[in-house]
Design a protein around this ligand. Structure first.
Ligand code: NI
Length: 226
């Protein structure tokens, strides 16, 4: 589970909220598989609505400017971002995301390697609504600042705890990564982070930094489908 702070700044969050808050919301089960429909209680923007497309475009632009997201996800395809809202009593019980996502009304499809939630409400403005992810290394729970993104393997069991006050508003989407295997992708991310740290110390033109950068790209070449 990787936290990416500040994907949207306060102004970006306000712009997205201004677009989506006044839109027409529908029952969140519009995008559910049969099993998750049983567990899901929230509202969602229709995926083809003008507001979802406009706000989704702002999110995609912001992701393109977020080097930590690129390094962690190594995105090949990103599903057009969707938006949901949990009012008091709403929740999403434990489920696993569908492996293949097909965009309504088009032939765009992706394999969901990573799930992402971009938080769009100030955590002080609501209670509950934690995103709980049951990964290989135990159970982790998050409730991030508005504008921050949580990235986690789509293969995990996860849930959203009931909201008890206020409204939890978020953007969510799936990523097909160039590197399908979670372990290989994590190794590349760790290597990249370490190379950046050493480069900050020794400079980009240091011989060992150049060699390690080569190792990174040669591993990526070996493991990536692009
Ligand atoms: Ni899910």
């Amino acid at each position: 589970m990787i936290e990416i702070p500040g994907v949207l700044d306060a102004e970006g969050v306000a712009r997205v909220r201004a677009i989506i808050d006044g839109a027409q919301w529908i029952d969140g089960n519009a995008t559910s598989g049969r099993q998750s429909a049983l567990a899901k209680r929230n509202a969602q923007l229709p995926e083809l609505s003008a507001e979802a497309r406009e706000a989704g475009g702002l999110v995609l632009d912001a992701l393109g400017r977020a080097p930590l997201f690129i390094a962690a996800a190594l995105p090949f395809k990103i599903f057009p971002p969707l938006f949901n809202r949990y009012a008091p009593g709403d929740a999403f019980g434990t489920h696993v995301d569908n492996a293949i996502r097909i965009q309504r009304g088009s032939d765009f499809r992706i394999r969901s390697d990573l799930s992402a939630t971009l938080f769009l409400a100030d955590p002080a403005s609501y209670d509950g609504g934690e995103l709980v992810v049951e990964g290989r290394f135990g159970v982790q729970s998050a409730r991030l600042a508005a504008g921050s993104l949580l990235l986690y393997p789509a293969s995990t069991l996860h849930r959203v705890e009931p909201v008890t006050r206020g409204e939890r508003v978020a953007c969510f989407f799936w990523v097909q990564s160039m590197v399908r295997d979670d372990g290989a992708r994590q190794l590349l991310f760790d290597l990249d982070s370490a190379v950046q740290a050493v480069a900050a110390d020794r400079g980009q033109d240091d011989a060992a930094v150049i060699q390690l950068t080569g190792v990174y790209h040669n591993l990526l070449r070996r493991w990536a489908d692009a």
